[in-house]
Design a protein around this ligand. Sequence first.
Ligand code: LLP
Length: 423
Amino acid sequence: MEAFEYRDGQLFCENLPVERLAAEYGTPLWVYSRAKLVHEYRALRDAFAELDPVICYSVKSNSNLGLLRVLNEEGSSFDVVSGGELYRVQQAGADTSRVVFAGVGKTDDEIRFGLESKILMFNVESEPELDAISAVARSLGVSAPVALRLNPDIDAKTHAKTTTGKKGNKFGMDIERHNALAAKVLADPHLELRGIHMHLGSPILTTDPYEAAAQKALDVVTELRRAGHKTNWVNLGGGFGLSYRGEEAPPAAEYAKVILPWIRKAECRLALEPGRSICGNAGILVGRVIYTKREGGKRFIIQDAAMNDLVRPAMYGSFHRIWPVQPRVPAPRDYESEIPGCEPADVVGPICESGDCFAQGRWLPEVARGDLLSTFSAGAYGTAMSSNYNSRPRGAEVLVDGDRATLIRRRETYDDLIGPERV
Ligand code: LLP
């Protein structure tokens, strides 16, 4: 299902021309398709349906309440990593009894917030954290539900900055220690062992790492049960691939095929924490060309969307498709080779860093001051990682449903920039 399509020479989101949205809401503008968000959530849910998993949408990938509400209505649960994310999920009207809470540095306040919200479980990342959770639970007179986040030492073959399941990464506890850790939980009246958790990295474009993780999960659960623990949950995290370039990511069913047999054997409930694969291709970032210039033998397209809006290209060297909203040349299938009628250009923003560049040497048709550019696959880790660097107000966000657009975050103002400051 494609949410963003060129029809009659211009880009549409569902039934609305993107140009009309940019005229109404200004740029930079984030445009999301409700249908695509729901489609991707359902694809994952259906692929794993046989085990009736709890799908915990990973709030960090895009935490706008408008999106959280849609997913909540669909029956999704949520994966949070901070008190702020838990607060958002509550504000979206979610049932927090299905929420999982990960992160290597949960504070006592955040742990208390989680316990008071009666979450499904904490994904615990260290022994001192087990102690802290136990102490907070004791002070509240409750028992805390926990899953041990185990580091399975599996290479997910993804970006070094987003690999999380290899020995030496800061996440989780060594898988070999599961027996000792479980014994510690069992001996503590304020802790209750619900299961195990693993998250390998993001994005993972092959299914083998998941198969290896699911297999290890079965081994661990079997051993824990043998030792007398009632371990009922396996949480295999998120990280499912997204097609940024074409169709490089396997469909949800492929991941399910390698995961399901192991979890079935383990006779456990399955939890998943997908973020990117659900919201990534449901959103674009629209910028307006401010100037074009040719200097130093190069062509530059300077737009009003920048690295403070979308930091992924600067931070990870990530590839995002970019094409005009009303192009003079039809959008290609392959954005990485020479495109007839086009010339290479660097697409840059106004920020005072050379790294503020969405694409280098990218084949693009002629564009002029005032034209609109769409940066695709921007729904995940776009707004969520945005900042006010260079004192640039964040852009507006709209959610499109058929032929209706709803403003789900207004454009920030200069007053918003200085609002919290005290002088
Ligand atoms: N669960 C845990 C414990 C995670 O750490 C993450 C992502 C997820 C689930 C969701 O992964 P997803 O399904 O979205 O791939 N900023 C980077 C990605 C960082 C991912 C951090 N953890 C980027 O823009 O590529």
